[in-house]
Design a protein around this ligand. Structure first.
Ligand SMILES: Nc1ncnc2c1ncn2[C@@H]1O[C@H](COP(=O)(O)OP(=O)(O)OP(=O)(O)O)[C@@H](O)[C@H]1O
Ligand SMILES: [Mg+2]
Length: 108
């Protein structure tokens, strides 16, 4: 897995482990959604959160923004793992996705 170190300007003393891809444009809106997703992910009883929406509606962008904002919350780091295309990263064969939710064509 590619890793990089991000120094957050507002908290320059903290060096935070992550591999989040840099966003070359500013996030437009979505403040309520970002807050809602951050709150959900910080709950002890939430271990998986799915963002659903039409193609191109901003699911990945929202997820990346949330990941960036939660960098300081996870001591072991925050990582982006693309599950599509399925062969892009071997983690897709480690997760119990095969045969569930119609994901029958995942390959090792
Ligand atoms: N709130 C936003 N502010 C700025 N750019 C955005 C925003 N939401 C989405 N974009 C941009 O629009 C494009 C599509 O967004 P994104 O890739 O997040 O959609 P998606 O829902 O994940 O699509 P797919 O279903 O194909 O995975 C990207 O270039 C992304 O950076
Ligand atoms: Mg996406």
């Amino acid at each position: 897995m590619q890793q990089s170190v991000l120094i957050v300007p507002a908290e320059a003393e903290q060096v935070l482990t992550n591999n989040l891809p840099a966003q070359l444009t500013s996030l437009i809106g979505r403040e309520q959604e970002v807050e809602a997703v951050c709150s959900l992910l910080l709950r002890d009883d939430v271990r998986l959160l799915t963002l659903a929406g039409a193609g191109g509606s901003g699911k990945t962008r929202l997820g990346l923004e949330v990941a960036k904002r939660l960098l300081t919350e996870f001591a072991d780091g925050v990582f982006f793992v693309s599950l599509w295309p399925p062969l892009a990263f071997p983690v897709s064969s480690c997760l119990p996705l095969r045969g569930c939710l119609g994901c029958t064509n995942l390959q090792k």
